[in-house]
Design a binder for this molecule. Structure first.
Ligand code: ADP
Ligand code: MG
Length: 446
């Protein structure tokens, strides 16, 4: 069995304990490049002119730390496990490798898998930008929309960004052929390899049996997932950019509030603090419905997304949120992974997630790419266990307690039939439904 090597050389160079951002670390490393103003620090990777031009056009002049660490081994054809904070530029890190290795009119050569449809769409858009000078056909493939247009597009595609369920549907119908795929990427890899997806992923991996390179990227890699990598990869190199979110850029607080005052406190806080965009995370679809309805009742411009909505509604909602100002998006963890939305000033956790890693991804929707952000946790009795576990496992977060202010009790419509109910719950693994297909894609279903 192959062992996971830690690329110590790469890690040592970048174990930069100073407060410097990755940018200044790179500036000193590549000082000679900057003597020529036309030089872009991405030159160090010896990328093609086409790719450099695209990067220049996107306005990037300095690679982020994960890009500096991951791009060289990726270009050298190695299997790479890349771990770095949310918002640190992982898409471009693997995107460079994927785009460099893919050529027009040679069929399907690269496959990228993501846990949600929205992320598939976003990654596809990023790859289109990265490859703008190359005539590559890049498509997204996910469920909830028609099969036929996808089948048509698959005939021409060079790169596919997909969610696993729909991709497997295509495999079963033989409307996709993965035998010429060279590069397989799992974005949000820890999620892709967890129980909800693993069966589909294994089928897809064996269909990509001729691949030469496998890349896993995420902000979180639990040890059991790291152990799994050796099963699917060939002498993988693990690259990390361990700088977690800059604590001065992200403030995290919590309130202890009785369940029956939680919504009132939420409304109060939203009305008393200026914001641009807010995401409110809930653990279940049912709570999401409850919260969005009651925010609206109380005059707050709120929209909702969870796995229960039709795909065209999900797409419209995300679009509306991205383009909006002073809008609140109430959501389940379906929106926690990978989505990059500018100007999310606040993340509220209306409920604390069971898995501390889910918390990491939720809060990672704010304070992205150097911006500021605030995280507000509203804790009632049912959250204390989860919150305790979170604090034990993530001491570095230093979540500050704030006393609950005087709050007017707002009108609450009890449309919520049991906030902690089983049906409609977020975690279907232990649910009562026996139709496996209804809960196999756990995170879509949230
Ligand atoms: P991650 O996948 O690590 O959460 P993304 O790939 O979504 O992060 O990138 C986060 C943001 O950072 C995106 O808006 C992206 O365009 C931007 N970005 C990526 N690389 C760079 C760079 N080298 N310089 C500046 N911005 C970058
Ligand atoms: Mg990402």
């Amino acid at each position: 069995m192959n062992t996971l090597q830690v690329n110590t050389q790469v890690n040592t160079i970048h174990q930069n304990k100073s407060q410097d951002t990755s940018q200044s670390a790179n500036t000193s490393q590549n000082a000679h490049h900057h003597q020529n103003a036309e030089h872009n620090a991405f030159h160090q990777f010896h990328l093609s002119q086409q790719l450099l031009a695209a990067i220049q056009r996107m306005g990037y002049t300095e690679p982020t730390q994960i890009q500096t660490n991951a791009i060289p081994p990726i270009l050298a054809g190695k299997d790479v496990v890349g771990e770095s904070a949310t918002g640190s530029g992982k898409t471009l890190a693997f995107g460079c490798g994927v785009i460099e290795r893919t050529v027009p009119s040679a069929g399907l050569q690269a496959l990228i898998l993501t846990p949600t449809r929205e992320l598939a769409e976003q990654v596809k858009d990023s790859l289109c930008q990265i490859s703008f000078q190359k005539q590559l056909r890049i498509i997204s493939v996910y469920g909830g929309v028609g099969m036929e247009p996808q089948i048509h597009a698959l005939g021409q595609a060079n790169i596919v960004v997909a969610t696993p369920g729909r991709l497997n549907d295509h495999l079963q119908r033989r409307t996709i052929n993965l035998l010429n795929v060279n590069v397989l990427v799992l974005d949000e890899a820890d999620r892709m390899l967890d129980m909800g997806f693993i069966e589909d992923i294994e089928k897809i991996m064996s269909a990509c049996r001729n691949r030469k390179q496998t890349l896993f990227f995420s902000a979180t890699f639990p040890p059991q997932i790291v152990r799994l990598t050796t099963k699917y990869m060939n002498n993988p190199i693990r690259v990390q950019a361990r700088r977690h979110v800059d604590p001065t850029k992200m403030e995290q607080v919590y309130y202890n509030v009785p369940t029956n005052m939680k919504l009132s406190l939420l409304v109060h806080l939203m009305k008393s603090e200026p914001f641009t965009l807010i995401m409110v995370f809930c653990n279940t679809r049912r709570t999401t419905d409850f919260v969005v309805k009651n925010l609206r009742t109380n005059g707050i411009d709120a929209i909702a997304i969870h796995g229960g909505f039709a795909q065209n509604k999900r797409t419209r909602t995300i679009q509306q949120f991205k383009e909006g100002n002073q809008i609140v998006l109430v959501c389940t963890d379906v929106a926690a992974r990978g989505l990059h939305i500018d100007n999310v000033s606040h993340v509220y956790n209306y409920e604390i997630p069971k898995d501390p890693d889910d918390y990491v991804h939720r809060i990672g929707r704010t304070a992205r790419a150097g911006e500021e952000g605030k995280v507000v946790n509203l804790l009632s009795e049912s959250d204390y266990d989860q919150f305790g576990r979170l604090q034990n496992s993530r001491h570095q977060f230093a979540i500050r307690r704030v006393d609950v202010p005087e709050v007017d009790r707002v009108r609450v419509l009890q449309t919520d039939q049991g906030r902690r109910g089983g049906f409609g719950g977020g975690n279907r693994r232990f649910g009562t439904q026996n139709n496996r297909s209804r809960f196999k894609h756990r995170s879509w279903r949230r």
